[in-house]
Design a protein around this ligand. Structure first.
Ligand code: A2P
Length: 308
């Protein structure tokens, strides 16, 4: 079983979860079912991934009771003024009446009638920011969902320190987590230290470096993998677990789904503090690379994010 991490509200979250971004609807049901049969008890979803219905189907096909699975989803930007509407769609899609965790997907409110039902890309541009919607007000509406019993915990995603500071002064509920692009080449060590001080648990999306990952061929991770009898992917995941980061590796391939789970836990056992320190130095040693940078057109307050 996956180790559990205790959140700042006392709830417990499994440290390894299945990512579902870029999992095609016709693949994700099977991926979720496989994951649950292989011991995962945590599935990371989002309204914007466009595959929540199929995630729900996989959940039911697995036979694992809803109450034993930790389910996260995320509020899309066009819904910052309609939090409950987006949440209700997600609950209906998944076929459940509550979420374990609900996140603000990006700290960017978008025009509700705008042209952004999906991630902004260089092609579809980004001229539809809702500049008058403040994050602290969206957070109030997130808090209301906890009070209503529709979600157990709430959190942030893709929030820099600058963005968290827009929410924390007036928050009644401190975000339980902040889900970020975290991996060997983008460890965001300063932000991790800030989150620790604020009792916010970091979660890693794209912990393996996403599609066509450069990380799987990393020399330092490869050396440690061979030394400990692990795969490089295991080292990449175990490195983050050792830093108390929740990892959300995405795969639709049954063998990888299984090995990511067992391998991550094996790596957590085997990596020494010296190994972790060595891996901490890889990005700073010249490999720093942020992989996921939607062109929001506003300053998100992150290091290593190009101005435009
Ligand atoms: P696939 O889903 O086809 O198995 P991340 O979690 O960093 O976003 O990485 C996801 C990407 O890495 C996907 O392309 C996924 O492919 C691939 N992947 C997942 N697990 C492994 C693994 N153990 N070894 C190699 N590639 C993997």
């Amino acid at each position: 079983a996956s180790p559990l991490i205790t959140l700042n509200n006392g709830e417990k979250i499994p440290a390894v979860g299945l990512g579902t971004w870029q999992s095609k609807p016709n693949e994700v049901s099977n991926a979720v079912k496989e994951a649950l049969l292989k011991g995962y008890r945590h599935i990371d979803c989002a309204w914007a991934y466009g595959n929540e219905k199929e995630v729900g189907e996989g959940l039911r096909a697995s036979g694992v009771p809803r109450s034993e699975v930790y389910i996260t989803s995320k509020l899309w930007g066009t819904y910052h003024r309609r939090v409950e509407e987006c949440l209700d769609q997600t609950l209906a899609n998944l076929g459940t009446d509550y979420l374990d965790l609900y996140l603000i997907h990006w700290p960017v409110a978008m025009n509700p009638a705008g042209n952004h039902p999906v991630f902004p890309t260089r092609a579809n541009g980004n001229r539809d920011i809702d500049e008058t919607r403040e994050l602290k007000d969206t957070w109030k509406d997130m808090e209301a969902m906890v009070k209503k019993g529709k979600v157990r915990s709430i959190g942030a995603s893709n929030f820099s320190q600058m963005m968290l500071e827009k929410v924390l002064p007036t928050a009644e509920i401190v975000p339980a987590v902040n889900q970020l692009e975290l991996h060997l080449y983008n460890p965001q060590l300063a932000l991790l230290a800030y989150l620790k001080a604020k009792t916010i648990v970091p979660q890693a999306y794209s912990p393996l470096g996403s599609t066509d990952s450069p990380l799987l061929a990393d020399e330092a991770a490869g050396v440690l993998a061979r030394r400990h009898g692990l795969q490089t992917a295991d080292v990449l995941l175990g490195y983050l677990l050792a830093k108390d980061v929740v990892v959300l590796p995405k795969s639709v391939t049954p063998a990888r789904i299984a090995s990511n789970f067992t391998g991550a836990l094996a790596a957590l056992q085997k990596l020494t503090p010296a190994d972790v320190a060595l891996l901490d130095g890889v990005a700073a040693g010249g490999k720093q690379k942020r992989l996921i940078m939607p062109p929001w057109g506003i300053d998100l307050g992150f290091d290593n994010w190009p101005a435009k």
